[in-house]
Every structure is written in C-alpha cells, then in structure tokens.
Design a protein around this ligand. Structure first.
Ligand SMILES: [Zn+2]
Length: 205
C-alpha cells in the first residue's frame, strides 16, 4: 500500500523516532509499504517519520537502474555493491564514520529542492534487519550519504537544516509563504541553473 508522505513544515517530521523492541508482523508490513511508497515516488530512501510513524525504521534502495528497470552497478562503489538491497533498517547506530564528502541531496519531504550537503564519506552502521537479526553495514558512496540522510529523519532533522543559516532560512521561508513550486517548473529551473553553471565554467574565447 502506498502511504502518504508528509512534507515540511509538517510538525510530525520533527518528532524523534523511538527504538522498536521487536520486529513484529505489523512492522514488517510497514517496512513493505514504505518500500512501495519510496519506489512509487522514485525515491532512494524513506524514514518512518516521513509517513507519520515516530519509530526508528528506514528503508533504502540506492541502486541505479537502466530504462528497462535492470540494476546497473556501474556507478556504484565496490563497498556499495557488497551490500544487499533493498535495505530494511531498524534501530540504526553509527559505529564508525570517516572522511568527508559533498553530495547534492533532495528529500521526498522537501520536494523540488536540491542542495549540496556535507556528510561522512564512510560509515559503519549496526542495525536490526527485516527478519529481526542483528546486522552491520559498511559502505561509502551514495549509500553512505543516504543512510546518514535517513538517520537524520529519525531525530527530526531534515537536509535543509544542514545548510548555511542563510540558505536554510531562505528555503524554509519560501516554502512557508508560497508552498512548493510546481514540479515541472522546478525541474526546468534546475536544468536552466545547471546549463548556466556549465556555460560559466567554459573558458572564455
Ligand atoms: Zn529525506
């Protein structure tokens, strides 16, 4: 079942998720519905608070696919390829974090906005998987970025909170006053900004 995804500034996104005691059939069903919801919105990760459930559960699938929907591992790092996906992650805890990386992030709860966010490059995360077993995940690349983004949701934190104060308040004010831009217009605007950036980088002739 596809669930409703809450968007900023919904106060439920700010609630801290609580740890689950056991992986019950109800929680397994919720994880399944969250995966369905994530795929339906073309997302790569979804946290339970985004669907109004204040628990420590995230689902992730960062594998890129070709036009026929086949998994394309070409853009994945060796560590990422070694992690079975989709991932169902209960009660995640970071055991180790190293290095820094910047990635242009977006969020299903802040649709149409994309900004560079600074995160750890490599993480080791301990968690309980969908079958209730203890597991450890060691990764870098997009998967590491995604895990950190989703874990933020469990603490009521959004990627727009991690930007500079100026950028963060500009985006929040814009959404609070005018709502979200039309997705089609936002896509065009983003493409235009990218082309302008490429033009600027071209050497002047
Ligand atoms: Zn998000």
């Amino acid at each position: 079942m596809v669930l409703e995804i809450l968007t900023y500034p919904d106060p439920r996104l700010r609630r801290k998720g609580v740890e689950v005691e056991a992986v019950t059939p109800e929680l397994r069903q919720l994880a399944k519905d969250m995966l369905e919801t994530m795929y339906d919105s073309n997302g790569i990760g979804l946290a339970a608070p985004q669907v109004g459930q204040s628990i420590r559960l995230v689902v992730i699938d960062t594998r890129s696919r070709d036009e026929e929907g086949r998994v394309d591992e070409g853009t994945m790092t060796e560590l990422e390829r070694g992690v079975p996906q989709p991932l169902v992650i209960f009660n995640p805890k970071i055991l180790k974090a190293e290095g820094r990386t910047t990635y242009e992030e977006g969020c299903l709860s802040v649709p149409t906005f994309f900004e560079d966010v600074d995160r750890y490059d490599y993480v080791e995360v301990e968690f309980i998987d969908g079958s209730g077993a203890k597991a450890v995940l060691k990764t870098d690349g997009l998967l590491a970025v995604c895990v950190q983004h989703e874990m933020d949701h469990l603490d009521g934190k959004l990627f727009i909170d991690r930007l500079s104060t100026v950028k963060s308040s500009r985006i929040k004010k814009r959404i609070e006053k005018q709502g979200y831009p039309n997705p089609e217009e936002a896509r065009e605007e983003r493409a235009r900004r990218k082309t302008e950036r490429i033009k600027q980088e071209e050497p002047a002739g």
